[in-house]
Design a protein around this ligand. Structure first.
Ligand code: GLU
Length: 451
């Protein structure tokens, strides 16, 4: 690692500690070395020093009344990281693990991911340590309204456009949209992930999962392989996992696992998608409920996901789609997967693989790795398509949006593949995606002056 990059990482460590933001920055900055060497302008303009500091960070208190009649207090955040390419864009995460470090990592990743989509979107992320799990609809509504009371002051259709992430789906976006409209007197595209009947885009709920599989399809095709007949392990059981499984099945692959924070299910006959949707989308249940109703499937409780014991990765497969959360696939996991015959990973979640696991995959000549910021860009890309439809006050058909999504994912694959090749890292899509995403943002920052 060059002393220049090391210096910047040290400054992050000093100001932010040794957390996931440092991990994300290390992955990105290390892989920028070839372009920094080739083009001196980035260092001359101190682009990296500027890039690692969010343009604006807001932290606020969110107080609402719980079902027990008592006041509940949580942290609310919005990290407006970079607006060189467009309004800040990125999801809101409601989960007890949310803190500023987590949102800085997610916001930082979002800058490059959004750049790769080719659409006009800057990068941002927000959320709260509020836990929606097990809460009543009424309590969730009151929290969303209280959260929007503050968030509404800093967002806008041409300023910052939040969307969903873990713990924030169509229901939460609906409550937040209602509150935003009431507070601002505006009906516009300030939030994406809206319901289709009042300004949402078709394919948005499916987009991250579908997009990840489209990316894997293109990556395998380039290597003269296909998804057909492949057995795949999928982690998670939220939006990303469900629609990853749906698209895998459509393309002739068999997804055999799902998971949540309590455990995982192995269904050797292939996941029953209708049952999964019923449990997760209608009943808001757990994967253990799936196993109770599905003959032949086995549920394993994982008391604690300690290092190397994320059970879902112990299932033999041809390819893995980590679609749950950050750092869910570590070096032990990838070794187990590899020894069991797994030969590709496509990341649906944000930064699901640790740095050690990534290096293991990149070192193997017979392994294909699709990194998150490229492979899971389909969600935010379709949010960008939702913004386009809102701005034009129009609505496109499912087929139209799906075709645009596939086109975008194919373009991202070839852009990252060709960029890696140009810098003599053929096949290394980590280098390819980071350099391609960075170049566009960095050039825009230089064009727009020191601001
Ligand atoms: N949360 C998603 C992501 O990580 C989507 C963000 C969006 O649609 O703005 O990219």
């Amino acid at each position: 690692m060059s002393t220049y990059i090391n210096g910047i990482l040290q400054s992050i460590k000093q100001s932010n500690g040794d957390g996931v933001f440092l991990q994300a920055a290390t992955e990105v900055l290390q892989s920028l070395e070839p372009i920094l060497k080739a083009e001196k302008k980035y260092q001359n303009h101190n682009v990296l020093e500027r890039l690692v500091i969010p343009e604006k960070t807001s932290i606020f208190r969110v107080v609402y009344t719980g079902d027990d009649g008592k006041a509940k207090a949580h942290f609310g955040y919005r990290v407006q990281f970079n607006s060189a390419l467009g309004p800040y864009k990125g999801g809101l995460r409601f989960h007890p693990s949310v803190n500023l470090d987590v949102l800085k990592f997610l916001g930082f990743e979002q800058i490059f991911k959004n750049s790769l989509t080719g659409l006009m979107m800057g990068g941002g992320k927000g959320g709260s340590n509020f836990d929606p799990k097990g809460k009543s609809d009424a309590e969730i509504m009151r929290f969303c309204q209280a959260f929007m009371l503050e968030l509404s002051k800093i967002i806008g259709a041409n300023t910052d456009v939040p969307a969903g992430d873990i713990g924030v789906g169509g229901r939460e976006i609906g409550y937040m949209f209602g509150a935003y409209k009431k507070i601002t007197n505006l009906f516009n595209g300030t939030l994406t992930g809206k319901n289709i009947s009042w300004g949402g885009s078709l394919v948005r709920p499916e987009a991250t999962g579908y997009g990840c599989v489209y990316f894997a399809y293109e990556m395998l095709k380039k290597a003269k392989q296909s998804l057909e007949g492949k057995t795949c392990a999928v982690s998670g059981s939220g939006n990303v996992a469900i629609y990853t499984i749906e698209k895998l099945q459509e393309l002739g692959a068999k997804a055999v696992t799902i998971s949540d924070s309590s455990g995982f299910v192995y269904d050797k006959n292939g996941i029953d998608l209708e049952l999964l949707k019923e449990i997760k989308e209608v009943k808001r249940g757990r994967v253990s409920d799936y196993a109770k109703l599905r003959k032949g499937s086995v549920y394993t409780e994982v008391k604690k996901y300690t290092k190397g014991t994320n059970g879902v990765w112990s299932i033999p497969c041809d390819g893995a789609f980590p679609s749950a959360t950050q750092n869910e696939l570590n070096l032990n996991d990838i070794k187990t997967l590899y020894n069991n015959g797994c030969r590709f990973v496509a990341e649906g979640a944000n930064m699901p693989s640790t740095l050690e696991a990534i290096n293991f995959m990149l070192d193997k000549k017979d392994f294909l790795f699709a990194p998150a910021k490229a492979a899971n860009a389909g969600g935010v890309a379709t949010s960008g398509l939702e913004m386009q439809q809102n701005a034009a006050m129009t609505q496109w058909s499912f087929k139209e949006v799906d075709e645009k999504l596939h086109r975008i994912m194919k373009d991202i694959f070839y852009n990252t593949y060709e960029t890696a090749k140009e810098f003599k890292y053929t096949g290394n899509l980590v280098v390819g995606s980071n350099i391609a995403g960075f170049k566009k943002v960095a050039d825009a920052m230089i064009d727009q002056g020191y601001i």
